[in-house]
Design a protein around this ligand. Structure first.
Ligand code: C2E
Ligand code: MG
Ligand code: MG
Length: 655
């Protein structure tokens, strides 16, 4: 019992009572003025009690004229005073040994000179052992115990030998006072000891509770995402492991759905990180409440979430859940007073078909997610083995693209754009091409996503911009008229700060007027009120550059921003234009876009005009400009010049 108490007494957590850092048997003399340790204070209190007992005993003996006892008791008082002094100096072990030795010897002497085994001094023996247990060490306790046993045996022998006469001591007032004093000293000591014990136990209980709370907190930190409180990657992998084991037992399937928000970076960059965090929490909340009964939702990192579905029997069920997830997240999120629409790409891997262990399944779901992104985003894709091959292809392409610029493998082709009323060529859209040394001409739909993912788009984009400005200047010098050139700009280029400098430098390098350049932005850039974007576009507009929104109608742009973002033109996505002939619905969309654009004071360019019927319809709707295979595909720079010269020669709308 005493061991934990002593350990607890040595704990450094209670600064009001300084604890000795060493064993109590080691003497360390403290400098004067040092705060007393708890053990020193206890010893001091006990010494007071013992001194009072011996003082009382001396007075009692004196009143009985028992001067031998008085001498003995005063000698004990003197030794106890010395112990008191040592204790004050911090020599705790020495002081406690002296006190215990004095007590045992003193009581032995009192018994021998007094009533032997009948002497009330024997009452103090158990208390001495308790002192020894608390202040001494185990060896000291054993020595004292042996000493006390020996004293009792010796008393017995002395009684037998008649040295001590076995007369019953008279029960007088002095005897009562002595017994009461001894019992009071023992009671005082036990009171101190139990107080310490109770305090220590209470402290242990509160420490145990604090420990349990920290363990709980550690568990949360290790297994939960701190922002959304969803399970983190570690816990998700653990749960997936359990689901896989269960699926093996129950002969069913497990699906891992890897989810990535398509335009999270735009939200983060435009509305700030606090809004980004808020969006992640809202997404987590929606997923959590929408999928509570059927699966586990975890956040893996950034804007990546994982949904685990267990006990599945058909792929249709997985597809239904994936569609539900897309639908859940398609509703706008209210962020800083704005309705923000985010789209989602989901990659799905199903065990056991796509992998039987956690890592393989997650890797394949991740691959499928990238496939969903490449295929236009806002979609889900199941993993299939060819995706692995695509990853290898992607790696090859990324490394090839790095050297393509230096080796002159990139080219810009120009697709003429027409004024639908006059039939004149007004300019061209610059479309990049990669003449791969072994694979031949590579379409931009294949390598632009790779360039965006690897960050190479900034270099490629800057090169296309410079090349296009140079070619546009050359057309003017060759007398082709004031043609404009429309350059596609990736959203990633806009997230950098130097796009306007790049544009100004490109124009200045070839002395091309800014009005001859149009920048085509994708609709996804307008998903939120990007303060930064609005400023950049305003500065570009001040330069004199035209701004067009490409593939209009496929994204979720906030119409109110079209004007605020200083946009000049909308380019109707070619999918609507192409289907116009066969679908009255698409025809309606095209007409509505044209009318809406005109209401907002914007011009319209129709992409993908493939035949005369489409052209006539567009002319009828009042569409200003067009481009498409009806006139020409994108042509190399020389071919484009020749085309313009031929066209200007015939000067009319061919077709
Ligand atoms: P986009 O900007 O919408 O370009 C129009 C695409 O439609 C071009 O494909 C063009 O060749 C094609 N097209 C034109 N007329 C017709 C038609 O009558 N029918 C059909 N079916 N297609 C037609 P391309 O050149 O393969 O470019 C694809 C996309 O790649 C472009 O779409 C653009 O988003 C991107 N891209 C091209 N060059 C660049 C570039 O320099 N930078 C960036 N960031 N993206 C580029
Ligand atoms: Mg374009
Ligand atoms: Mg387009």
């Amino acid at each position: 019992m005493l061991v934990p108490v002593r350990r607890a007494l040595r704990r450094p957590s209670r600064p009001a009572i300084a604890m000795p850092s060493s064993s109590p048997t080691t003497d360390h003399t403290l400098p004067p003025g040092t705060v007393l340790t708890l053990q020193q204070r206890r010893l001091q209190q006990i010494l007071w009690a013992v001194l009072a007992t011996f003082g009382t005993a001396a007075l009692t003996s004196f009143s009985k004229n028992d001067y031998a006892s008085v001498a003995l008791e005063l000698a004990a008082v003197a030794l106890l005073c010395l112990a008191y002094r040592w204790n004050q100096q911090g020599a705790l072990a020495r002081a406690s040994q002296l006190m215990l030795g004095t007590l045992t010897a003193g009581i032995f002497a009192l018994m021998a000179t007094g009533a032997g085994l009948y002497d009330e001094g024997t009452l103090a023996f158990p208390a001495i052992l308790l002192f020894a247990g608390m202040f001494g060490n185990r060896r000291m306790l054993l020595v004292l115990m042996a000493w006390q046993q020996g004293a009792l045996v010796l008393m017995f022998v002395l009684h037998q030998a008649g040295v001590i006469r076995a007369v019953e001591a008279p029960v007088d007032l002095q005897r009562l006072v002595m017994m009461v004093t001894i019992m009071a000293a023992i009671g005082f000591f036990v009171w101190l000891l139990t107080g310490d014990l109770q305090r220590t136990l209470a402290q242990l209980a509160s420490e145990k509770e604090a420990l349990a709370q920290s363990l709980e907190r550690i568990d949360v930190l290790a297994h939960r995402d701190t922002l959304t409180q969803l399970p983190n990657r570690t816990l998700a992998k653990d749960r997936l492991e359990q689901l896989l084991l269960q699926a093996r037992r129950d002969q069913c399937m497990v699906a891992a759905l890897y989810l990535d928000l398509d335009n999270f970076k735009t939200v983060n960059d435009s509305l700030g990180h606090a809004a980004g965090d808020e969006l992640l929490c809202l997404v987590a909340e929606r997923l959590g409440s929408g999928l509570r009964e059927c699966g586990t939702v975890a956040r893996l990192s950034g804007d990546e979430f994982l949904i685990l579905l267990g006990g599945i029997h058909t792929e249709e069920a997985v597809a239904a859940s994936a569609a539900r997830v897309l639908q859940l997240l398609a509703q706008p999120f209210r962020l800083q007073g704005l309705d923000v629409v985010v789209t989602t790409s989901l990659g799905i891997a199903v065990a056991p078909r796509d992998g039987s262990d956690v890592d393989e399944l997650l890797k394949n779901a991740d691959l499928a997610m990238y496939r969903a992104k490449d295929s236009g985003r806002n979609a889900f894709r199941f993993f299939d083995a060819s995706m692995n091959e695509n990853v290898v292809e992607h790696l090859h392409m990324a490394s090839g693209l790095r050297t393509a610029l230096a080796r002159g493998e990139l080219q810009v082709h120009y697709q003429p754009q027409f004024d639908l009323h006059s039939g004149r060529i007004i300019g061209a859209e610059a479309l990049v091409r990669w003449k791969h040394p072994t694979l031949g001409f590579m379409p931009p739909s294949k390598f632009i996503p790779v360039a965006e993912r690897t960050g190479l788009i900034n270099e490629v984009g800057a090169w296309v911009l410079n090349r296009s400005c140079l070619d546009a200047k050359a057309w003017r010098l060759r007398g082709l008229g004031e043609l404009t050139v429309a350059v596609n700009v990736s959203p990633l280029q806009f997230h950098r700060d130097n796009i306007e400098h790049e544009v100004a430098n490109a124009l200045a390098a070839c002395q091309l007027p800014a009005s001859a350049l149009e920048l085509e932005l994708t609709e996804s850039l307008l998903v939120a009120d990007a303060h930064h974007l609005s400023e950049v576009l305003q500065r570009l507009r001040t330069l004199g550059v035209q701004i067009a929104i490409d593939d209009f109608g496929t994204g979720y742009s906030n119409l109110a921003y079209l004007q605020r973002f200083a946009v000049h033109r909308l380019k109707i996505d070619q999918s609507f234009v192409r289907r116009m002939g066969s679908s009255t619905h698409d025809e309606g969309i095209v007409r509505a876009i044209i009318e809406m654009a005109h209401c907002l004071g914007l011009q319209v360019v129709a992409e993908g005009v493939e035949d005369a019927a489409m052209l006539r319809k567009l002319q009828g709707f009042g569409c200003e400009f067009g481009q498409g295979f009806h006139w020409s595909p994108a042509l190399p720079a020389d071919g484009f010049c020749a085309f313009v010269q031929r066209h200007q020669g015939t000067a009319g709308l061919t077709g």
